[in-house]
Design a binder for this molecule. Structure first.
Ligand SMILES: Cc1cc2nc3c(=O)[nH]c(=O)nc-3n(C[C@H](O)[C@H](O)[C@H](O)COP(=O)(O)O)c2cc1C
Ligand SMILES: CC(C)CC(=O)C(=O)O
Length: 353
């Protein structure tokens, strides 16, 4: 294949470069993968209403998230076990994010430790939290704060691990433990992806909204709640102390059959009504997807799988190149839509089905 010129090219090359069992873990969703597919197909039903004869000679796509400047409204979503994609793991990812002047969110389930990753960071970092025990969570939050992470991203859509049928068929757990036993253990001894190993004490199915004031009491970092899909939960998140919300369905990997995130976004944005920043993830693969999300009220988007494709194909350089492809698509599409900056993106730029 010729050198990749878009994220779908990276996807093809990534699949060719990895063991099918790893590909299935990265690519797959839960159950029938209805939501996984819907995250993409929903973008195709939203059309753009461009304006013409605007001066788009310069086009500024820089912005900020929670006051932190980033070169574009594209952040790296947390994803587990980058060591399964490339031997450099999160070291490559954090270098690429820094080179692109954007923000990386490190997963609790990273291959490398949060301190090692922070030591290589040239750009801002957020830390994504899964709560096993409260003691472990408190320790991790304190470690993240000390290491220079600037927000805690609490993932709330994984009370329990979903059924990922590809992984069940492949016996992903045995494969991972045989070949990459440390893939998920960078920050704590979490040995498997689905909680089946007996060292896992995950309490995600017992925590309630009170966890937010508790988190606020143990850290001065802002709390970003990831995995909100409804107006009701957006309201609760704000009332319980969230500083920002990520509209997310975990890339179609948790409850199957939920709405695609680009369709959930307007409801959440309306409910939040400017009281906090709202971001979204799920299916972002093109510059125009970012434009649609921003027109519907997201301040920024996060990308999950594309990072893993870049990593698998060419480590740090692959992630960097993938980000630059997205950056140039976004800039060109904005110009073609008549926008000279992100501030020019109005709700009227999109037409819903
Ligand atoms: C392989 C993989 C691992 C993931 N691991 C985590 C994780 O550890 N924590 C988390 O909050 N979300 C995790 N996610 C979800 C992403 O943060 C994000 O919500 C999702 O990937 C966005 O969809 P996209 O892949 O279509 O961009 C993971 C996603 C993938 C594909
Ligand atoms: C280890 C898993 C809990 C990581 C995750 O969030 C995912 O695979 O979607």
């Amino acid at each position: 294949m010729n050198p990749p010129i878009n994220i779908f090219d990276y996807e093809v090359l990534a699949q060719a470069s990895m063991q099918p069992v790893i590909w299935d873990f990265f690519y797959g969703g839960s159950d029938d993968e209805v939501t996984l597919r819907a995250n993409r197909s929903a973008f195709e039903r939203i059309l753009l209403r461009p304006r013409v004869l605007m001066d788009v000679n310069t086009c500024d796509i820089s912005t900020s998230v929670l006051g932190i400047p980033v070169s574009m409204p594209v952040l790296l979503a947390p994803s587990a076990a980058h060591g399964l994609a490339h031997p450099d793991g999160e070291f490559a990812t954090v270098r690429a994010a820094g080179a692109a002047n954007t923000l990386m969110t490190l997963s609790t389930e990273s291959t490398r430790s949060l301190e090692e990753v922070a030591a290589l960071a040239q750009g801002p970092l957020w830390y994504q939290l899964y709560i096993y025990t409260l003691e472990e969570a408190q320790g991790m939050v304190q470690r993240a704060e000390q290491a220079g992470y600037t927000a805690i991203v609490l993932t709330v859509d994984l009370p329990r691990y979903s059924r990922r049928e590809r992984d069940l068929r492949n016996d992903m757990n045995s494969y991972q433990q045989a070949h990459y036993p440390d893939a998920f253990s960078g920050n704590a001894p979490h040995l498997s992806v689905d909680g089946s190993d007996n060292q896992n004490t995950y309490i995600g199915d017992t925590i309630t909204w009170d966890i937010l004031p508790w988190l606020c009491s143990i850290t001065s970092l802002p709390i970003v709640v990831k995995g909100i899909l409804t107006a009701e939960d957006a309201e609760l998140a704000i009332n319980y102390g969230a500083s920002a919300i990520i509209v997310s369905n975990h890339g179609g990997r948790q409850l199957d059959g939920v709405m695609p995130t680009i369709e959930a976004l307007p409801e959440v944005v309306a409910s939040v009504d400017g009281r906090c920043e709202v971001y979204m993830d799920g299916g972002i693969r093109r510059g125009i997807d970012i434009i649609k999300a921003l027109a519907l009220g997201a301040r920024a988007v996060l990308i999950g799988r594309p990072v893993l494709w870049g990593l698998a194909v060419n480590g740090q350089e692959g992630v960097q190149h993938m980000l630059e492809l997205l950056r140039s698509e976004l800039t060109l599409s904005l110009r073609l839509a008549g926008c000279a900056s992100l501030a020019d993106i109005q709700r009227s730029l999109v037409q819903l089905p």
